[in-house]
Ligand binder design. Structure first.
Ligand SMILES: [Zn+2]
Length: 287
């Protein structure tokens, strides 16, 4: 059966259809108004349109959402979607669309896509960091998604980088994502452009901040591979090289840290929606 995958990030809503043969429809993307009711009504409208246009029945829809997703499909809270508080997203969508809905953290969806059909196929211990409005990570440990004790594993963007640093929507200060998110790279490029800083140096400056977080994560998790995903991967090799150089320069005594591969993901902006559809498809096979 074909599956739909939605990705509700801090700024954008994305959707695609994953077909039975593994192909997918072109990613549809739009900015959303960051209001639960408005976002839900767009998701419902898009889902109904896809269901109408698809010749085969769509039985399960996967929805990746930024924030703390409970196993019941409730969004408990979401720093970059501040009005998503105790929102029973799965229940609301199932009632509206009359189709089974699986809700999963958006970064976990991206990680699953890379692990199943992307740059991390066959990698047992994998960290997939998504750079968008914030930084989320999906952890694949021992070949499975690791969600932690309370569904909060992988909130790497909120590691403290500067004790009294920039304020973050999570309520803390100096979080990693305030210095290294996709949004922050855009700000840095704009700021450095006005000062005529060469583009390469901007990437080096950004790469240093990303590498601090990656090194901290390597010390804790000892992953075989770290994959970068999200819109920033469209910059490609110059960005990857800046991060790799900064990472390996200071990795210190860790031989295993030196072995950790850092790669670009294969799906960029599509990863979340694709992973959500793959999770929906896997759910159907279990049933
Ligand atoms: Zn934070």
């Amino acid at each position: 059966m074909p599956n739909l995958g939605f990705d509700i990030g801090g700024t954008n809503l994305r959707v695609l259809r994953l077909n039975e043969d593994g192909s997918s429809s072109a990613l549809q993307q739009q900015e959303h108004p960051n209001e639960p009711e408005a976002i839900i009504s767009v998701v419902v409208k898009l889902a109904r349109t896809f269901i109408k246009e698809t010749t085969k029945t769509i039985e399960t829809i996967g929805v990746g959402c930024a924030g703390h997703v409970l196993p019941t499909g409730v969004i408990k809270s979401s720093p970059n979607l501040p009005n998503f508080i105790n929102l029973p997203l799965k229940q609301i969508l199932e009632e509206e669309i009359q189709t089974q809905v699986i809700v999963e953290n958006d970064a976990n969806c991206s990680a699953w896509a890379e692990h199943q059909i992307g740059a991390g196929v066959g990698i047992e211990n994998l960290l997939v960091a998504s750079f968008g409005t914030g930084i989320g990570a999906g952890l694949i440990l021992g070949g499975s998604i690791f969600r932690g004790s309370y569904g909060l594993a992988g909130e790497v963007g909120h590691m403290t980088l500067e004790e009294n640093g920039r304020p973050c929507p999570c309520g803390n200060y100096g979080c990693w994502e305030q210095y290294s998110s996709g949004a922050e790279l855009s700000n840095l490029i704009a700021k450095n452009n006005t000062k005529a800083v060469p583009y390469e140096r901007t990437l080096t400056e950004f790469g240093e901040k990303v590498a601090i977080g990656f090194r901290n994560l390597s010390h804790i998790l000892d992953p075989e591979m770290i994959i970068l995903t999200g819109g920033i991967t469209s910059i490609g090799d110059p960005l990857l090289k800046a991060i790799q150089q900064a990472y390996f320069r200071k990795v210190g005594h860790r031989d295993n840290g030196k072995l950790t591969q850092i790669k670009l993901g294969m799906f960029g902006n599509e990863a979340g929606a694709l992973g959500a559809a793959l999770i929906a498809s896997a759910q159907e096979k279990i049933q």
